[in-house]
Design a protein around this ligand. Structure first.
Ligand SMILES: C[C@](O)(CO)[C@H](O)COP(=O)(O)OP(=O)(O)OC[C@H]1O[C@@H](n2ccc(N)nc2=O)[C@H](O)[C@@H]1O
Ligand SMILES: Nc1ncnc2c1ncn2[C@@H]1O[C@H](COP(=O)(O)OP(=O)(O)OP(=O)(O)O)[C@@H](O)[C@H]1O
Length: 275
């Protein structure tokens, strides 16, 4: 059984307050895009091991047991001992440390895939509960629809928003930003106007009203990321921002943009909204 975990971008990201558990309450809009990994799970013939993990594509640091797909398998196995041994094949295309939720998406897709493959009968809500144990933004990828998210990024309200027809250019500089370190730099502030209201306004107004709170500290540390955002506006983006805790930056355009490959030397890709 094979599935294609996709990335997300954050449209706005307000870090509202620090919680007693050390995490932060935030508000953001998660929007799925079509940059994808591939994840395949087959029944392992040999029962010598519970699982094997084979990764191809972009190299990923860490031991197999640190990988979120393995953590997802183990999490379900605790409650469903009937889960059989599996071989996991993953092709990594979504860059890590990019604020695109690649690992979170893999983990959520693993839960959905195991639920289907082994007929566990988990409801969507139950899968979301498992997902959030693996990462704050994992639960979003269970439904994988544009949402206004609060809490630690795990409480969702539907949002009336479609980027269909827009052209998204996504730039991932060769910089890894750790989500944990990025949060440590933030002084939380409750926004004067909620993102839920801002997103209802025309996209042309977002430049002055929609903010990613990570940008100030990340741009200070890595001015080259700030420069990418400026360049996307120079190219005519209606809205441009860093996604999540960085380091990737996206621009949303009304018309296709040609000849930008050289400008961003290899760390560029075209995207479209996932319908
Ligand atoms: C910043 C975002 O990318 C926005 O979409 C996500 O909230 C990050 O979600 P994620 O990568 O799934 O985050 P996790 O792997 O759960 O957390 C990594 C680290 O980020 C911090 N963290 C994460 C989410 C959150 N709401 N508050 C936090 O303070 C915690 O220090 C945590 O140890
Ligand atoms: N399947 C996976 N794919 C990508 N990264 C993974 C995976 N499993 C574990 N990781 C680890 O997660 C880390 C990437 O986490 P990080 O929080 O920086 O995510 P990100 O790509 O910026 O996305 P986001 O913060 O938006 O969830 C890396 O250190 C990586 O080793």
């Amino acid at each position: 059984m094979i599935t294609f975990p996709n990335a997300k971008i954050n449209l706005g990201l307000n870090i509202v307050e620090k919680r007693p558990d050390g995490y932060h309450n935030l508000e953001t809009i998660f929007y799925p895009i079509n940059l994808q990994d591939a994840l395949e799970v087959t029944r392992r013939e040999n029962n010598d091991k519970e699982y094997t993990l084979h990764i191809s594509g972009s190299p990923l640091e860490g031991e197999p047991e640190d990988n979120l797909v393995v953590k997802a398998y183990k999490l379900l196995k605790k409650d469903y001992p009937g889960l059989l041994p599996v071989d996991i094949h993953m092709y990594k295309h979504i860059p890590a440390g990019a604020g695109l939720g690649g690992g979170s998406s893999d983990a959520a897709c693993m839960i959905k895939l195991l639920n289907d493959k082994f007929s566990l009968g988990l409801s969507t809500e139950r899968m979301e509960e498992y997902a959030v144990k693996l990462g704050a933004d994992c639960a979003f990828f269970i439904r994988n629809k544009p949402v206004f998210a609060t809490g630690i990024g795990n409480l969702f309200e539907p949002v009336e928003l479609s980027l269909k027809g827009y052209h998204i250019i996504l730039i991932k500089p060769d910089i890894f930003v750790s989500t944990r370190d990025a949060f440590a730099e933030i002084k939380p502030v409750r926004p004067a106007v909620s993102l839920k209201e801002i997103v209802k306004q025309p996209m042309e107004t977002w430049k002055n009203s929609m903010k990613n709170d990570f940008e100030d500290s990340v741009f200070k540390k890595f001015p080259e990321i700030a420069a990418i955002k400026d360049e996307l506006y120079d190219l005519g983006a209606v809205y441009a921002a860093m996604s999540g805790s960085g380091s990737s930056v996206y621009g949303i355009f009304k018309a296709p943009i040609e000849n930008v490959e050289d400008k961003f030397c290899g760390c560029f890709c075209r995207q479209r909204a996932l319908e």
